[in-house]
Design a protein around this ligand. Sequence first.
Ligand code: NAI
Ligand code: F6P
Length: 385
Amino acid sequence: MQAVHFGAGSIGRGFIGDLLHDSGYEITFVDVDPAIIAQINRDKAYDLYLIEQNYLRKTIDHVSAVSSITQEQETVAALANADIITTSVWADNLPRIAPVLLKGLRARQEAGKSKVNILAFENAMFNSDILKKSILELEGSLSEKELEEIASFPNTAVDRMVLEGKQEGKAVINIGQDYELVIEQNKLAEPGMKPIRNAVYTDNLQKFLERKLYIINCGHAWAGYIGHVYGYEIIQDVFHHDTLVQEVRETMLESASMLERKYGFSNQELVEYVDFAIARFQTPGIVDTINRVCRSPIRKLQADDRLVAPCLQCEEYGLKNSRLQQGIAAAFLFRNDADSQCEELRLYVEEHGIGAAITHYTGIPAATQLHEGILKHYEELYRTA
Ligand SMILES: NC(=O)C1=CN([C@@H]2O[C@H](COP(=O)(O)OP(=O)(O)OC[C@H]3O[C@@H](n4cnc5c(N)ncnc54)[C@H](O)[C@@H]3O)[C@@H](O)[C@H]2O)C=CC1
Ligand SMILES: O=P(O)(O)OC[C@H]1O[C@](O)(CO)[C@@H](O)[C@@H]1O
């Protein structure tokens, strides 16, 4: 069986590649980074290191790689022959892979190939729908009916600790043992089939997605943005600071109270989920930068993302959300010269003021209780920063 995976980065090789390999696929990675492509083609394999098993090595073989920039024909040919197509390129990049994907789908159409599953494994709500929409919006694209005849776009939730590391001086990928890969079953090309082993198949993805994004990623982002205000650079340092850990926990529990109300999760299972996530962030020996956790703050401030969405929903249910407001405020103070979204945010605040920026990036209207709360937190954090 053949898999084509866009994005040979941490999650691409460390999580999706791992599971595709264990499901029996040969994997063609499509990337834009010549160094990663060359490395995969040279070694025809790559190594992963299992953090909790004293960095035990696991080799992923039967892999190759192509560049979507310089090897478009090869990419299209691989797509035409694929039994499954997957991505982990960051949600913001999905529109960039849409054109070559469309060419691959046309090639499949011409060759009379069977309907293929296309799964976007990105941290975003309804990630595969974003990709489908990007394909449909291309000039001269297929109609929605034509696209649905040749491809299915099940949405997913993707959770695993995957970190860049070093072994014997070489850059490697370290992976955590716990993971959750959830796939929308009813949208699969054949809903009875389970194309990836060890994934969870569900018809109620939103519940899993929100639990993961609004608790794990929310707490992580809160810790990163607040940690940055306090001058930390490594996220583990935040998780070794008792007061901050307590505050992250309070943030995650604000989201949890909303999810309990909305989906009927039990309080105990959500509290256990929060504590499991915090324990994972505290795994001994791992080092992860705040710059990575906080990357792309504009994306993370969107109304359906990890901080604003649970905050808005808590507000609707009349639930406490002050910690979430604080995390949103802190995101506006995140600075990283290598991240263009930080500079865009900074310039917008400088030109229009923080009040307008909150509304512009989060959609939260001015003169609401929420807006005023975020503003107040921003002013307090600004004095600390
Ligand atoms: N690292 C993690 O622990 C987790 C990451 N995710 C999600 O997985 C996705 C990928 O994250 P990472 O693997 O950490 O990022 P990464 O930066 O390590 O990997 C992204 C890869 O995509 C490639 N890429 C970018 N644009 C491309 C294009 N147009 N065509 C082909 N390849 C392209 C990059 O060259 C890079 O190799 C993101 O959506 C992230 O939110 C989700 C859960 C966990
Ligand atoms: O990958 P993103 O969406 O930029 O956000 C980083 C988050 O994703 C993860 O990489 C994995 O879920 C977390 O470490 C972090 O919460």
